[in-house]
Design a protein around this ligand. Structure first.
Ligand SMILES: O=C(O)[C@H]1NCC[C@@H]1O
Length: 318
């Protein structure tokens, strides 16, 4: 989609003098006071860096890969960030830290987005959890921008296929509760981030073309759905786990495949440490498409101003 700028305006006039009031479509302007903000426009122009906060159904996620790709595509294709062809690079600020995005752009379209995620690392491998119905199974716990438990899908007795989605979700939520009851990992640099909130069910690791590796996976997002994408933060946790197990080397490509058959192309671009823990620097590349422009409103008389839950697809609230 080739829209070079999209700003939301409420058109108003006061005694005949028009004042178009901009109410959306402009990024936050740096500066403590309104004077500082005005001077920022005067001196630096209105090209701004963006930040975003991720709202999942049940939590605010510090970082999200699919949402990073969606946000980058929306910012570029609506002109909120100026698109440069063939490549546009900028930083996105997230609650997990700064993420650099590199977008391949052609004819006004953002074709693909690669993001350099925050350092990702393993808290521990082969923790044992007793999951009702599955028995004692090993799980790995890793950070990839969200805090994951990774479980070999074979322990569920299920294959990663769309027709198994409801059963995979149900197993994943059961595993999550068992992990949460026994372990409370704390991010070494931000104690505000702790506890496993999301599950990767991992498929077998296979050789890919050009010496790379590939695998299918599915991520169970609470309160109960499968990620339709290969899951960016889950992919980073998976790369940290594979690296810790000596199964994925720095620079080697990793093609991660989702339950819907879509793919992220990834690699570890280096290593580092987070606190005392060895960490990898993961890069993930994927694509996004704009599907619509919406305005959401709330009727002042709506009896459900903050929504409601019924325990069918959303399970019973705990
Ligand atoms: O790609 C990701 O990281 C996300 N997808 C949905 C759940 C995660 O936030």
């Amino acid at each position: 989609m080739a829209i070079s700028k999209m700003i939301n305006i409420v058109g108003v006039h006061a005694e005949g003098e028009v004042g178009d009031v901009i109410v959306g479509g402009v990024l936050d302007v740096p500066g403590k006071t309104m004077f500082d903000k005005m001077m920022h426009f005067w001196t630096k122009g209105d090209e701004l860096h963006a930040g975003f906060i991720i709202m999942e159904s049940e939590e605010y996620a510090p970082m999200s890969g699919s949402n990073t790709i969606c946000t980058t595509t929306a910012l570029l294709e609506t002109g909120m960030i100026k698109m440069e062809e063939p490549v546009t690079t900028f930083n996105l600020d997230t609650a997990a830290g700064l993420v650099t995005v590199t977008a391949d752009c052609k004819d006004g379209k953002c074709k693909a987005v690669a993001f350099d995620n925050v350092p990702s690392f393993v808290f521990g491998l082969d923790y044992e959890v007793d999951v009702p119905g599955l028995g004692k199974i090993p799980v790995d716990i890793a950070w990839g921008g969200m805090l994951y438990a990774l479980v070999d899908v074979s322990y569920t007795g299920l294959e990663i296929k769309p027709e198994n989605a409801a059963k995979l979700v149900e197993c994943g939520e059961r595993i999550k509760k068992a992990v949460q009851a026994k372990y409370d990992p704390i991010h070494p640099e931000n104690p505000g981030i702790h506890g496993v909130s999301i599950i990767v069910l991992t498929g077998p690791l296979e050789d890919d073309i050009d010496g790379g590796k590939k695998a299918i996976n599915t991520v169970v997002v609470s309160p109960g759905r499968l990620d339709r994408s290969p899951c960016g933060t889950g992919t980073c946790a998976r790369m940290a786990q594979l690296h810790a197990r000596g199964l994925l080397a720095e620079g080697q490509t990793f093609r991660h495949i989702s339950v819907t058959g879509t793919e992220f192309l990834c690699k570890i671009r280096g290593t580092t440490k987070v606190g005392d823990l060895p960490a990898v620097l993961p890069t993930v590349k994927g694509r996004a498409w704009i599907t619509g422009f919406q305005q959401v409103s709330l009727d002042a008389e709506d009896p459900f101003p903050v929504g409601y839950r019924v325990g069918d697809m959303w399970h019973t609230p705990s």
